[in-house]
Design a protein. Structure first.
Length: 240
């Protein structure tokens, strides 16, 4: 009997390890497909916990054992580094989404000069803190921060806030209409092809619970109003 060279044996061993990992991932995918037949995972990856896989649908994260027998939903934390691994995955998912957004389907307030940061904001024209944030728009722009508004009327479809959001989008000058709405002035009722329901669905997908909801370039989401200087510092730190 001819014995294979050691290098060949090592290659077979390594291939076996690789195939074992692939097999576990396939088991996880198949099991999740059976549990949630109408959706396909965006990612299935091994976690630092041996034999446990992360399964992600948008920003919704599940964990499943490699044999597909156990599944759980919760927060996975590295106790040594105190890192929230689940939130890190959600942040990565948000970044992938905001990086691909079409700015032609948003209301944009760009800086006059260099754009140093881009902030994506889910906003409601009738929200008090959204109005407060909007009143500081010139300061955001002076600091090189581009504001990209997504329309998120919290009171739902066909509510007065929703109709106002549609009116803003359908206005000849959307930025002027937004400025007027944020000052509490009436916006003419209008009807046209608009992305308001798209924005609302996207907000729900990304975990928006209130407005304003701020999504940084890194994918980190901050709930609520932040003073301009504080927000700029946070964005600088996130960029580093």
């Amino acid at each position: 009997m001819i014995k294979p060279p050691i290098a060949a044996l090592l290659g077979l061993v390594l291939a076996g390890i690789s195939l074992s990992a692939i097999a576990s991932e396939e088991v996880v995918r198949e099991r999740m497909q059976a549990l949630i037949p109408n959706a396909t995972p965006d990612a299935v990856v091994e976690t630092p916990v041996e034999g446990v896989f992360e399964v992600r649908y948008g920003i919704q994260v599940f964990y499943m054992s490699g044999d597909g027998k156990y599944v759980l939903e919760g927060t996975l934390v590295d106790t040594e580094t105190r890192t929230n691994l689940t939130e890190a995955s959600r942040t990565q998912a948000r970044k992938q989404v905001v990086d691909t957004l079409d700015e032609s389907r948003m209301v944009i307030y760009p800086p006059d000069g260099e754009t140093r940061h881009v902030l994506t904001v889910f906003t409601d024209a009738d929200c008090t803190f959204c109005r407060r944030m909007h009143s500081e728009m010139s300061e955001y722009n002076e600091r090189g921060i581009k504001i990209r508004y997504l329309l998120f009327p919290r009171t739902g479809i066909n509510s007065p806030s929703y109709l106002k959001a549609v009116g803003i989008w359908c206005a000849e000058d959307r930025n002027h209409a937004m400025d007027e709405a944020k000052l509490g002035r009436e916006i003419p009722v209008a009807n046209c092809d608009n992305p308001v329901q798209e924005h609302m669905a996207l907000g729900e997908q990304l975990g928006v619970r209130g407005t304003p909801a701020l999504v940084l370039e890194s994918g980190v989401m901050l709930p609520g109003y932040r003073p301009v200087a504080d927000l700029e510092r946070i964005m600088e730190q996130a960029k580093e």
